[in-house]
Design a protein around this ligand. Structure first.
Ligand code: F3S
Length: 274
């Protein structure tokens, strides 16, 4: 019997990624991108072939145009880049911009900013670099060690796990007299996580397609793997026949930075199995 394949209702490119990819592919000149424009190695390789080389700092810049990735960059970084007379094309997702603005306002108004997110993720770096003394917490044990603050404000990484943010927020409430909470998880992340959770409950294997370095894809995998056997793959080449032995229903979803063509190839390959 062939496998029954179910696709998640919410999957693939989100608004911010769609916008960034659309604009970047229209730029005909050679350019550098500050970090990977989105966290998908296959797409980044394709863009490199079209003359969009990734740089990790300003010393590596070789072209006149510098593109800021969807995860954003700090104001300090952008000011420095402008001084080098570069043309800046800023593709920061508006949801990330919103988190940057909210956190800066919190600090300006005397609140200690607590960021829930992965310390080394470019989005969190872009937010934290704009602030004087942000606190970053990645999990509950770290949050339990926080001190006590008169005024504190919470910002969350746009692609963080919704349930984790709720748990960490509940703990932070014990550490502040006055607390402002900005749940800055983006709409696309929330929808994809909820849809993946629902689908995982109905199937006996989940396949999550997306970059191994993609935060939002990793969160989808974390959610699904708690419910059912799950595999995080980047391309169809990683699929293994033995994963589906004695399995009937396979659910498939993909991260917000996964091109449709890669997802379609995975589904096509799955359909040929058994
Ligand atoms: Fe933006 Fe959310 Fe996508 S922050 S880039 S819409 S995952």
């Amino acid at each position: 019997m062939p496998l029954k394949i179910f696709l998640s209702k919410e999957k693939g490119f989100c608004f911010g990624v769609e916008r960034a990819v659309k604009i970047v592919t229209k730029i005909k000149d050679r350019a550098n991108t500050f970090g990977q424009i989105i966290h998908n190695p296959q797409l980044v390789q394709k863009l490199e072939k079209q003359g969009k080389k990734v740089v990790n700092n300003l010393n590596e810049v070789t072209e006149k145009i510098l593109i800021i990735r969807a995860h954003g960059a700090s104001d300090k970084f952008i000011q420095k880049a402008k001084k080098r007379c570069l043309k800046i094309i800023d593709l920061t997702c508006p949801y990330v911009k919103k988190a940057q603005v909210l956190s800066a306002n919190l600090e300006k108004n005397g609140y200690r900013v607590i960021i829930i997110g992965k310390r080394n993720h470019p989005e969190i770096v872009s937010i934290a670099e704009n602030l004087n003394s942000p606190i970053i917490v990645e999990n509950l044990p770290q949050t339990k060690k926080l001190g006590f603050y008169n005024k504190a404000g919470i910002i969350s990484q746009t692609t963080f796990n919704i349930q984790e943010v709720d748990k960490i927020t509940a703990e932070i409430k014990k550490h502040a007299e006055e607390l402002k909470i900005y749940k800055t998880i983006c709409d696309a992340t929330q929808k994809r996580q909820k849809a993946a959770y629902e689908l995982a409950k109905k199937v006996d294997t989940m396949i999550i397609v997306g970059g191994k370095n993609s935060s939002n894809t990793k969160r989808l995998f974390e959610i699904c793997t708690k419910i059912v056997t799950s595999h995080h793959i980047e391309t169809k080449n990683e699929l293994k026949e033995n994963w589906f032995k004695n399995k009937k229903k396979v659910g498939v979803t993909s991260g917000a930075s996964t091109p449709k063509i890669i997802l379609n190839e995975v589904v096509k390959t799955l359909r040929k199995m058994r």
